[in-house]
Design a protein around this ligand. Structure first.
Ligand SMILES: Nc1ncnc2c1ncn2[C@@H]1O[C@H](COP(=O)(O)OP(=O)(O)O)[C@@H](O)[C@H]1O
Ligand SMILES: O=c1ccn([C@@H]2O[C@H](COP(=O)(O)O)[C@@H](O)[C@H]2O)c(=O)[nH]1
Length: 534
């Protein structure tokens, strides 16, 4: 409703954008040859949740319908191009949702006697469900369809983290449950002869077809389907875009989408900023006073041995070789402690002298590790020592130098998390060097929850937690996540970081354009990832 109102203030209720008076030639590029459901552009994803940990915005979804070869994919790609530097954009092709075909149906397809242009040829409920998951910020595993084999392939394409989704297909506006998911509905209008000419060219070069078969299929199914099912859906569109010379329409659409995204953006880091004011005094006092038995924050016993290891690691004069050795040792201590957080069940074994011994065995279905790059990397070795062959994944979270917000730049997760039905039974050791503002921890935990990992199955392992930082807000947002750490440092302060300096920044104002604002845990251990790897 709100969108319609806003759209109508920007555009007439239904906009038919005329073709450009002077035709421009768009040279088909290699990318036109592929119909892939893929992340086409990613400039990092800013927070999609607030400081309570709840998701605050859905992805912006554009539905594009039109006849076969009218230019739907082309329009989708032009929109992505025109949007420029925006967060993650995904193009979801309805073609991927053609149903699985029997050998008899495939034989008919090769003889151009199978109707791929009826709405029943597509698995609409599956398309709607995958689209809904992506819109709601969850992962989706999309089927892959081969036009050459007229068959759905065995493998699937994993997608996660879209901020904008463009769903395109001949029947994209056909189904009411699909239409309900779109924030913007587009119909690509194109002359029949142009569509036929393009289809012949494309099907011969890209889909392994012959002209005679293409024409037979066109007359028997494609043309009647356009008249009966596809063309009439143009009445549901917000915008009608011409199938050629459509630069004006593309500009209009991209401006609208950019404005919508700007309206949805909310500052995050500022809200959890590393100031003692981030949570009320009483809440922090109660968190730390109960922290000894606190189920959510487990601090390693402060033995002389442990403090000795920290002393070496904190010392800026420690040589890289020694730093790596002691970080690896500390990682082992932390991981051993973290392993205690997993469930165990009773088990009786027979000893070599034939006696029964009552013991315990791990009771976790799936376990994996995910490190927040680069700083979480040094903990990986510790995890691999306590759990042989544990599947590892990573998340690259970095601070946007302009906005100061964390950005999710890369997601590489193990199958136990990528597949939702496994994720619910998966225990995840989430590894990061420290929890300062908590911004990276928030993003990493939220990403796992989006995949269906249970909050109480996440064990966050870290070297250092800042007492005055975001840990209390993190705990408030995700009370069931356990944090295992080796030391608690008192101070978290703002500073300027020089990318070429391994020592951490000063309070001096930003004189060097490359320096960026950061938050420093004090006394801290410096940039652990840099000291370990560089
Ligand atoms: N505006 C355009 N100008 C020039 N060629 C185009 C234009 N739109 C589409 N084409 C070409 O037409 C063919 C079919 O376009 P495509 O976008 O794949 O259609 P659809 O996704 O609707 O089936 C492609 O080879 C593409 O390069
Ligand atoms: O195995 C198949 C599946 C589909 N088709 C034809 O594809 C078009 C839809 O794809 P567009 O990319 O939108 O053109 C549809 O008209 C089907 O006839 C096919 O030939 N073989």
């Amino acid at each position: 409703m709100a969108l319609r109102a806003r759209l109508s203030s920007e555009l007439p209720a239904k906009l038919v954008v005329p073709a450009m008076p002077t035709p421009t030639t768009i040279t088909p590029t290699r990318e036109h040859k592929f119909k892939t459901n893929t992340i086409l552009a990613s400039h990092g994803r800013p927070p999609w949740y607030d400081e309570t940990g709840k998701r605050i915005s859905d992805a912006f979804v554009i539905g594009i319908a039109g006849g076969s070869a009218s230019g739907k994919t082309h329009v989708a790609r032009q929109i992505v191009k025109a949007l420029g530097s925006v967060p993650t954009v995904v193009i979801l092709s309805q073609d991927s949702f053609y149903k699985w075909h029997t050998p008899a149906e495939i034989e008919l397809a090769y003889a151009s006697k199978f109707d791929f242009d009826h709405p029943d040829a597509l698995d609409m409920p599956m398309f709607a469900s995958c689209l809904r998951d992506l819109k709601e910020g969850k992962q989706s595993n999309i089927p892959i369809y081969s036009f050459k084999e007229h068959q759905r392939l065995d493998e699937k394409k994993y997608l996660y983290g879209a901020t904008i989704i463009i769903a395109e297909g001949i029947m994209a506006l056909n189904d009411p449950s699909l239409r309900a998911l779109y924030d913007l509905k587009i119909f690509v209008q194109c002359d029949s002869d142009l569509m036929l000419a393009r289809r012949i060219k494309r099907d011969v070069t890209e889909r392994g077809r012959e002209v005679e078969g293409i024409l037979e299929q066109y007359l028997r199914y494609v043309k009647p389907s356009y008249d009966n099912f596809v063309g009439p859906t143009s009445r549901h569109a917000d915008i009608i875009v011409p199938g050629s010379d459509n630069n004006v329409a593309i500009d209009l659409i991209s401006t609208h989408v950019r404005r919508q995204l700007a309206e949805r953006a909310t500052p995050f880091r500022k809200n959890i900023a590393a100031t003692p004011m981030a949570t009320p005094m009483e809440e922090r006092a109660s968190f730390w006073s109960t922290n000894k038995d606190h189920a959510s924050l487990i601090v390693l016993p402060q033995t002389h041995q442990l403090i000795g290891i920290y002393t070496i690691i904190r010392d800026k004069t420690t040589k890289t070789q020694d730093f790596i050795f002691f970080v690896d040792r500390l990682a082992m201590f932390l991981m051993e402690k973290a392993m205690e957080q997993l469930p165990y069940r009773s088990k009786t074994v027979t000893t070599p002298i034939g006696a029964d011994a009552l013991g315990k065995e791990l009771d976790a279905k799936y376990i994996c590790g995910v490190s927040v790059l680069r700083a979480g990397g040094p903990l990986e070795k510790g995890l691999q020592r306590v759990l042989n062959d544990v599947p590892m994944g990573s998340l690259l979270v970095q601070t946007d130098t302009g906005s100061g917000e964390p950005l999710l730049l890369h997601v590489m997760l193990p199958e136990y998390i990528r597949l939702r039905h496994l994720a619910v039974d998966t225990w995840v050791f989430l590894l990061d060097a420290q929890i300062g503002t908590g911004a990276a921890a928030f993003m990493a935990i939220r990403s796992l929850l989006d995949h269906g990992v249970r909050q109480d199955h996440i064990i966050f392992v870290t070297f250092l937690v800042a007492r005055s930082g975001g840990i209390t807000i993190l705990h408030r947002a995700f009370p069931q996540v356990k944090v295992v750490c080796g030391a608690v440092d008192e101070v978290l302060r703002e500073a300027w970081l020089d990318p070429y300096d391994k020592d951490l920044g000063s309070d001096a104002p930003n004189t060097n354009a490359e320096r960026r604002k950061c938050y420093i845990v004090e006394p801290g251990m410096g940039q652990i990832g840099d000291r370990y790897y560089l």
